[in-house]
Design a protein around this ligand. Structure first.
Ligand code: SF4
Ligand code: SF4
Length: 101
């Protein structure tokens, strides 16, 4: 049985602020993508817009309290990142947070 660590994301947000190329679109439904506020999407429509490495849809303070303001519409790549996986560990380390066991 694996532990559910998803609640820890609400006090993290590191993976949403590690690589501007990461929150890209892939096989999402076009109708769902159309619901994302245009100012949160890259001008070329390839993914989420970022400020530096931070996705513009991320609200809050990394490592304290964060939320995705388009959670129900977030790209597939965001849904694939799971707390405790390799990408999570890299992101947390980059932000000075302890990787999850
Ligand atoms: S880096 Fe890991 S713990 Fe932090 S928000 Fe992303 S998946 Fe969750
Ligand atoms: S869309 Fe949401 S889950 Fe995806 S990188 Fe941006 S803030 Fe994070």
């Amino acid at each position: 049985m694996s532990l559910d660590l998803s609640h820890l994301c609400q006090t993290c947000g590191a993976c949403c602020a590690t690589d501007a190329a990461w929150p890209r679109f892939s096989l999402e439904d076009e109708a769902d993508l159309a619901l994302i506020p245009p100012d949160l999407v890259k001008p070329d429509g390839s993914g989420m817009a970022c400020e530096g490495d931070r996705c513009k849809a991320l609200a809050g303070e990394i490592g304290r309290a964060t939320t995705c303001t388009i959670y129900g519409l977030r790209p597939d790549v965001c849904r694939l990142c799971q707390p405790g996986d390799d990408a999570c560990a890299i992101a947390r380390t980059r932000h000075g947070l302890t990787p999850l066991a």
